[in-house]
Design a protein around this ligand. Sequence first.
Ligand SMILES: *Cc1c(COP(=O)(O)O)cnc(C)c1O
Length: 458
Amino acid sequence: MKLQDRLITERKSKAVFELAKQYAYNYMDNIDQMEVYPSDESLKLLENFDEPLPQNSETASAVLKQLNRYGSPNTIAQTGGRYFGFVNGNAVPASLGVKWLTDVWDQNGALFVMSPINAKLEAVCESWLKELLGLPSSTVAAYVSGSSTANLCGIAAARHHLLEKQGWDVNKRGLNGAPAIRIIAHEQLHLCVQKTLALLGLGTDSVEWVAADEQGRIKVNELPKLDSSCLVILQAGNVNTGAFDDFNTICKLAQDADAWVHIDGAFGLWAAASKALKHLTKGMEMASSWAVDGHKTLNTPYDAGIVLCKHPDALLNAMKATGAYLTYSEMRDPAHYGPELSKRCRAIEVWATIKSLGRNGIDEMIHTFNLHAQRLANGLESEGLELLNEVVFNQVLVRHPEEAITKTLLAKVQSSGHCWMGSTNWQGKTAIRISVCSWATTTADIDSTIDVFRKALQ
Ligand SMILES: *Cc1c(COP(=O)(O)O)cnc(C)c1O
């Protein structure tokens, strides 16, 4: 059979899609029995992918079968309720269902003329996000791969704006001979911000780093004097402790100085969407740009970073591309707002998540992360661990008074297969870093995780 005929037949027969559905349902239904981290035996199966480059075509079903057989056991069971590693979310059902359909659509989200539905839902989500997070009405949103890229875009907008104020068009003239930008940054920023500063030609040597207090909040009284050439980079949700900077005080100082404040709120910005936790983000609406992920605390599928910027011109000018073949329309063209042209229609999954949960559902889900984190923290303290942070949001940092025991304890818990979390270095010592950010986590999951620690400690 000619290749094209075979592909047409495969699409028509639907066999591969039916099989995918069957594997997917099986995976979902067995998620709670699965080892949260693959066993060594499973990991060995990965060798089945060490094959020479295939010369001839294979049926779609055969390809899928191989992936399911050796791939499924080598996933992390993060869609169950007991994965507490890094800060990973768990796509809510509506967002996953919508993703399946949009995968079939296979749209290129760059321009209105390439995908009217994506352009429309980007605009709808932009206005919903402003309302949910309490951001100024002039704010625009771009949908990017994650907060690494969202931080890059926000800081690129800041760079453009701060140089333009000094009569310098960075798009044309670059940075050689440019007036200086002063960068004032929290010393415990996520490592992606350093990467961003390198990519944008700003570097890290000239950054005026500001120390953090014992909870990981920037020390306001150590902030240098700000002026209109300043970019201040703050954090909503410290990567370890989940702590929030004092936006209210710092943003006021920045406003008086006409400085730009960028907030990395990858997972923490969502505190603003919860009545009980909103106080943590007080004053953050006075900043100029924000980075946030859908795929962490909001529980959208991956590939859902969002940059929000109060100065549309700064973001759009920083992201400007001109190409004679690009057909811009009267409608929103997503490519104007971010660094990419071809891209997945990520905003559709953000839309589905917000629509499925609603404002009250988002509030409930995020508040529950905090309640579960507190329950876990209290339980682990009762087992004799030291709690190292105030559990203001979804992060819990614990350790055993003895460094060596902390390490063996974590290794035991990780190899239990029952739950998984990672480690970090906190104030010079190893700490167990736990993040609660899955809609699927139940109180029973929290309690059984405490049990695993208890047994491991015995
Ligand atoms: C996860 C995270 C990032 C990076 O976001 P990605 O979506 O992984 O690119 C940046 N900052 C903070 C605080 C984070 O937690």
